[in-house]
Ligand binder design. Structure first.
Ligand SMILES: [Zn+2]
Length: 365
C-alpha cells in the first residue's frame, strides 16, 4: 500500500473535483429540472469515483463500477487474505493473556484505521457482501462470550466509554473512514445481563447501529466432547434467545475454544426440537488471517481468526501484532477492495484461485 495509497488519493481527489463541479451544476438548475439525488449518485458511479466513506453503519455502497484499469490502479485483490480479529474481555487490569485493556484495543483500532482497514461484520464477510471503498482492506472485529466489557448503556442510553462498543464508536468519530461495526458472539447471558428487558435493549441498540449479535452456544461447552443432539441443543437455545430479544437469526457462529464438533457440519446446519439453524460461516479461535470468501479453498465451516495480542510468548508468531505487520510487509497477499460490491477484481495470475458465486462478475487484470 505504500505505493498505491497516494495514487488512490489522486484518483479520489480528481473524482471529487469532477463530482463537485457536477453537483454545483445540478444545484444551479431550477427545481423542476433538478434530477433526483439518485441521478447525481449514478453520475458519480459512471465516473468511477471514490465517494468519501460513509460513517453510517448501514454501509452505503462505495459507488464504484470497477473496470480492469481501475482495479489495476487501486491494486485490487479480492482473492487476498482478510484479518478476522478475535477479542475477549476488555479490562483495565488484564487477568489473562487473551484480555486486552481499553487502551490496547483503542490503539489497535486506530492503527487499523490509519492503515486503511475498514471494518465489516462476520455476517457480511461470510456472505461475501464486502462493501469497502476502492484500495481499502476489510477487517472483521469479533468479540466472544458477550462480556459486560463489550457493551453497556449509560443512563442516557449511550454506549459506556471504555467498553468495546464505546471505543469503536470513539475511533470512528476520530477516523471517519472507520466504519463502526463488529460482531458479538454471545452465550446465555449476553453482556453479563440477566434481566430480559435489559438484554433486549442491548441487542436492539447493537442491531439498530449495524452491529451483529450472533451465536456462541448456550453454555460455552467444548462441542467436540458432546453428542450430536447436545450440540444442536446448545446452538438452538441461543437462536431462540436471540429471537426473543428481537435479533435476526444468526448467520454466523463462533466455536467455543475453536473446538469442532463431530461431524463438523453439525456446527453449520441442523435442528433441535423443531428449530433450525443454518449458518453461512463457522469461525475458529486462531491463528492466521482468513482466506477471501471468494477463494476456492475458503472453508466456511472453519474460518480462521487471529487473537488480538502483542508479540510475546505464544503470540510471538500467531497473534494480531505479528499478522498485521506481516500483512503490511506482504501487501500482495492482502485483500484489497475494488470498491464495487458487484464485481470481484483480482490480478490475472490469481484467476484460478477464486470461485465466482452469485453471478458476481470477475475482473482479472
Ligand atoms: Zn468463547
Amino acid at each position: 500500500m505504500q505505493i498505491s495509497a497516494p495514487l488512490t488519493r489522486i484518483i479520489g481527489i480528481a473524482n471529487i473535483v469532477v463530482v463537485t463541479v457536477a453537483v454545483i451544476g445540478l444545484s444551479l438548475l431550477p427545481d423542476e429540472k433538478r434530477p433526483h439525488a439518485e441521478a447525481a449518485r449514478a453520475l458519480a458511479k459512471v465516473q468511477g469515483s471514490v465517494e468519501p466513506p460513509s460513517p453510517s453503519p448501514a454501509g452505503e455502497p462505495p459507488g464504484v463500477v470497477a473496470t480492469p484499469d481501475f482495479a489495476r490502479q487501486v491494486r485490487a485483490n479480492e482473492a487476498g487474505l482478510v484479518p478476522v480479529i478475535m477479542y475477549h474481555r476488555i479490562l483495565a487490569k488484564r487477568l489473562a493473556s487473551i484480555d486486552r485493556t481499553p487502551d490496547q484495543l483503542r490503539k489497535e483500532l486506530e492503527k487499523l484505521a490509519k492503515q486503511g482497514y475498514v471494518p465489516i461484520t462476520a455476517k457480511e464477510f461470510a456472505a461475501g457482501d464486502i462493501r469497502v471503498p476502492a484500495g481499502k482492506f476489510p477487517v472483521v472485529l469479533t468479540f466472544d462470550d458477550g462480556h459486560p466489557s463489550h457493551f453497556a448503556l449509560d443512563a442516557s442510553g449511550n454506549p459506556k466509554p471504555d467498553t468495546a462498543v464505546g471505543i469503536i464508536q470513539e475511533v470512528a468519530r476520530k477516523y471517519p473512514s472507520f466504519r463502526p461495526v463488529a460482531t458479538f458472539w454471545i452465550n446465555r447471558e449476553p453482556f453479563g445481563l440477566v434481566d430480559r428487558d435489559a438484554q433486549a435493549a442491548a441487542v436492539k441498540w447493537l442491531v439498530d447501529h449495524g452491529y451483529e449479535v450472533a451465536n456462541h452456544t448456550w453454555g460455552h461447552p467444548n462441542l467436540r466432547a458432546l453428542g450430536k443432539k447436545k450440540v444442536r441443543e446448545q446452538i438452538v437455545r441461543i437462536e431462540r434467545l436471540l429471537k426473543k430479544l428481537g435479533a435476526p437469526p444468526s448467520t454466523t457462529m463462533a466455536l467455543p475454544y475453536g473446538s469442532i464438533p463431530r461431524p463438523k457440519k453439525l456446527a453449520r446446519t441442523g435442528s433441535w426440537d423443531g428449530t433450525r439453524y443454518d449458518f453461512a460461516g463457522v469461525f475458529l479461535a486462531g491463528a492466521e488471517p482468513s482466506l477471501s470468501p471468494y477463494a476456492k479453498k475458503f472453508d466456511r465451516g472453519a474460518i480462521q481468526r487471529i487473537q488480538s495480542n502483542g508479540k510475546k510468548g505464544e503470540c510471538r508468531k500467531w497473534c494480531s501484532q505479528y499478522w498485521l505487520e506481516w500483512l503490511n510487509k506482504h501487501p500482495g497477499e492482502r485483500y484489497v477492495s475494488d470498491g464495487d460490491p458487484e464485481r470481484i477484481s483480482i490480478p490475472e495470475k490469481l484467476r484460478g484461485n477464486i470461485v465466482a458465486k452469485r453471478g458476481l462478475q470477475v475482473i482479472a487484470y
